[in-house]
Design a protein around this ligand. Structure first.
Ligand code: SF4
Ligand SMILES: [Zn+2]
Length: 331
């Protein structure tokens, strides 16, 4: 049954662990329901299903009620992450008085994180935020073609760089999100793309979070995935990115995959998924690539997959194509 959405209640609030000054600490995540991402209203990004969390009629009073509920659930966590399924700095989503109240409620927190598209990041908008803020930027890729054609992001990598530098000048931390394997990319192209993007983001980021694509409902990506024209990345591709980038990157590299181990998310053979995802989590905390020394027979299959994709020049789900052919042949 579909969850009933209420304008005066947040989309979700939960607790997890994250880093504060290099130490793992309790964190609270609050997803506010807003009137929605300005870019999603123009069609949005190919992989984004966040618009389902928005309601056009959300008012300032509704947002204040959402804060009341979030505060009832707040247990004094040192780190608070505030998401809006859009841009926290967009006045149409979060009016200035709502932002002000959020900052005042969490004035004792060691760290507050929120996300914004770069067009809302200006010297003026950042002058209103406390120095405990980490600005999260969804750069996704440093390749302008990938950003415009695969992700349909509606801004350029240079826009993100400008926003990141603006945040650094304001004395804030920057967490940059990158997408592993957007649409139309082979697995090996996707690995190379993230490695280049990490180098690009390293100049203005304190943390770089690699997000393997997960297939969200109601998206164009889901449509292609259902047809077998897309396979979410292998976890081996994520470990490859991490082990190659970590020794040459100043920023902290991390990954906390949504839907990891499922068919819609980053996955391997099924038998080793949780073991390898645990290693990724461990690395994200410790930054020690030694904990990535995990193996499974399916690594060979992954390498063959990379080669076959390169030879065939396709980003379609090859494994699934072969399975379908065998079924049709009655084998
Ligand atoms: S990914 Fe972010 S910028 Fe893109 S449509 Fe979704 S909320 Fe908006
Ligand atoms: Zn495996």
């Amino acid at each position: 049954m579909e969850k009933r959405r209420s304008a005066s209640r947040p989309e979700a609030v939960w607790k997890e662990k994250d880093l504060v000054s290099g130490q793992e600490e309790d964190a609270m995540v609050a997803i506010f329901r807003t009137s929605g991402c300005s870019w999603a209203k123009k069609g949005g990004c190919t992989m984004c299903g966040y618009s389902s969390a928005s309601l056009s009629e959300v008012t300032t009073e509704d947002l204040m009620s959402q804060i009341d509920e979030v505060m009832r659930k707040y247990g004094g966590e040192k780190f608070v992450k505030i998401y809006t399924s859009g841009s926290f700095l967009d006045d149409n989503e979060i009016p200035p008085e709502v932002r002000e109240r959020i900052f005042s409620e969490f004035s004792e927190c060691s760290r507050i994180l929120f996300e914004s598209r770069p067009e809302y990041v200006t010297r003026e908008s950042l002058s209103q935020v406390p120095k405990t803020v980490t600005l999260a930027l969804g750069l996704e890729s440093s390749d302008p073609d990938v950003l415009s054609k695969s992700v349909r992001k509606g801004f350029t990598p240079e826009d993100s760089r400008r926003a990141g530098e603006c945040a650094k000048d304001a004395g804030l931390c920057v967490r940059t999100y990158l997408l592993l394997k957007p649409l139309f990319m082979t697995e090996s192209d996707a690995i190379e793309d993230v490695l280049r993007s990490i180098a690009f983001a390293d100049t203005f980021s304190d943390e770089i979070s690699v997000n393997p694509v997960n297939v969200q409902r109601g998206t164009y990506l889901e449509h292609l995935w259902r047809r077998g024209s897309y396979r979410p990345p292998w976890i081996w591709s994520l470990t490859e990115v991490i082990t190659k980038a970590a020794p040459v990157t100043k920023a902290r590299i991390m990954s906390s995959p949504s839907g990891g181990g499922s068919q819609r998310g980053v996955h391997n053979c099924g038998a080793c998924d949780s073991k390898v995802l645990d290693a990724v989590h461990e690395f994200s905390i410790t930054q020690d690539t030694g904990c990535m020394d995990v193996h499974c027979e399916c690594e060979t299959r992954w390498r063959r997959y990379l080669e076959s994709e390169r030879m065939l020049g396709t980003a379609a789900d090859i494994d699934r194509g072969i399975r379908d052919e065998l079924m049709l042949a009655g084998r």
